[in-house]
Design a protein around this ligand. Sequence first.
Ligand code: ATP
Length: 678
Amino acid sequence: MVQSSIWNGMLSNHGVLSDKIRIIASNDRKYIDRCDIEVNIVDGHALVVEKSHRAVAATDVEPVSTIDQNISQGASADISRENQKPAKATSIPQRRTAAVVESSQLQAMRYYIKVCGARSLVFALLMGLVSFALPTVLRLRRMELLHSSINAQSHGDFEPRQYARMSAIHTAIDICLSWVQLAVREWVYIASNRPNLQTALLHSLSHTKMSVLWNLSEHHLEGVIRCSERATLEGIHNFATDSARRFATIAMSLYSTYKVSVTALVMMVAFGIIAANTGQHTYKVLRTVQNCKIQKLEVKKKITYNLFSGSLTVRVFRTFDSFKNRIRELNSEALRIEQLAEAIMDARSFSQEAIQQLVVLTLVGIMILKFRQDTGADAVAVQLYHETLVKALPLLSPLLNFRSELNNHVRALQEYCDNANLAPEGPRHIQGLVGMDDWPQRGSIQFSRCCLRYSSERDPALNSVSFQINPGEHIGIVGRTGSGKSSLINALFRIVELESGTITIDGVDVSQIGLHDLRKKVSTVPQEAALFEGTLRKNLDPFDEYAEADIVAAIRDARLEDFGPNKWIENRGSNLSAGQQQLISICRAILRHRKIVVFDEATASIDAETARLVKSIVNQKLKGSTFLTIAHRLEAIMDSDKILVMSDGRVAEFGMPEELLAKKGIFYQLKHADNGSK
Ligand SMILES: Nc1ncnc2c1ncn2[C@@H]1O[C@H](COP(=O)(O)OP(=O)(O)OP(=O)(O)O)[C@@H](O)[C@H]1O
């Protein structure tokens, strides 16, 4: 079923980003209600509703394609798997697209420059260089001073005060530099006018081809969407700066160590190798911990889900005990995972700390002994030298995390850029097309030898489908489950592009016009109306395109006079009956008065009387439009001008209802079965 779907995300208000965004696509209220932001798709536009403000921000974010309910279910990241109904999307091999898989660290870096601007990276490197050059010069100077002081001291002329002064200046400069670095980073971050990464991500996800979305696994989507913008950018930014510093420290330490002892130098290199390997190990440990935490989150989700959604079942079947046991089990599972994660972290810190201390102590011991042996310097000098080394060596400890940090940053950026660059749908507008404002004037539709395939491994969902619909005709589309009814609409809206064949509306090939231009010219009345919190007026005309008089007239025509334009609609129309919700959908269609209207099982969830009311309103007020009605209940389409019967992706029958009944073919059988089920 082609249904408007809901994209929800936790975005922070006023454009300041939270460190995570989650997108939940679902038609089920209980998931939607937990989100801070709701995005309703109306006529191919995304309407962002910030619930925390309790106001509707009808923002024309970007036209977003109508999204199939199946995908919504498949992509829902927040629903415990065991509670999900099997969706069509899950039956498709969970393949990641080439766009997602193919990427390298270099690409990620390039993307960083693309997103944040080269200025940001140049600043980061400059700061790294400044904080490299100055402290290194100072440290070297201090070491030399120490050496000459010690030499002088052996001649009875040691000047510890000069050394202390130098030390103080050095520390002060170091602190100032780190402040400047911080300030510059903030300035670059705020003033570089970098695009909003998460918006770009949302944009990419909502503009990508449906086939790409269908192939993204739930886990993949969730991981990607959790991407932390600030952490990613800051991380990579700091990484550039810090790397320069770290290398400076290492260079300086190697130089000063060399001055004292070759043995110590060898130890130092060994220390570097151990550190780098431990870093890699640390990275693996951190990933394990992260996985543990994700598992824990899943368990917690299950607990919450069971607590709330299962309560009704528990009451009805009086299964309190087993329910309590299940919750207890899940709780202890969560606890076990938490303990495991903690134990891993403890072990990691302990081993890291131990290696570090051991190496530092051994190194310092060797150096002092050697130094004393070589120079015969007295206790004060040895003490000073020792102090310098003890201060300098821990600076090497970031080496332990060097690789893990690099991996983390690049990984986050890589994930981000993969998903911000998903293959987009066709262009929304095509420049230079003239005379499209009035298109379509008549509303004729022609499918010519259309083939549509959801993936190359699957059989075509539409197989050489051809038919002609004349202007103003009412067409009922029927067929067994999986026969290709929705695929016809997917093809018409270009939710999925045709493999071959053409679809024309009033003689214009729909593949030659912009997606937005196409989609806004066709009205859809889905099974469930897409309603959001706000006034009826805002729900009908979110982009303020229509005059007040037209809105009032449409409300009257849809028999909603009791409401009035200022009637407050709760989120997803929770304060309205199913019939009233559907009348609002009809009201939208009346207001837009398009030449082509698609009813996607629009009357399936309302009672027969309301369905008849809807039908009569539509017949009166949308007279002259071409109607395509997908229906399971044959009653809803028996008065159509023609019936299109789909079977195995082909047009099995097409003609007037009476003709088809007389033919005693598939339509006759469906009608027979429908009568039998009543
Ligand atoms: N997103 C998808 N990915 C892969 N295959 C799909 C997808 N959607 C539909 N199909 C396949 O295409 C074929 C036609 O499906 P379609 O949804 O058009 O049928 P339908 O007649 O509308 O079914 P229903 O009445 O159950 O909605 C089916 O074999 C179905 O499995």
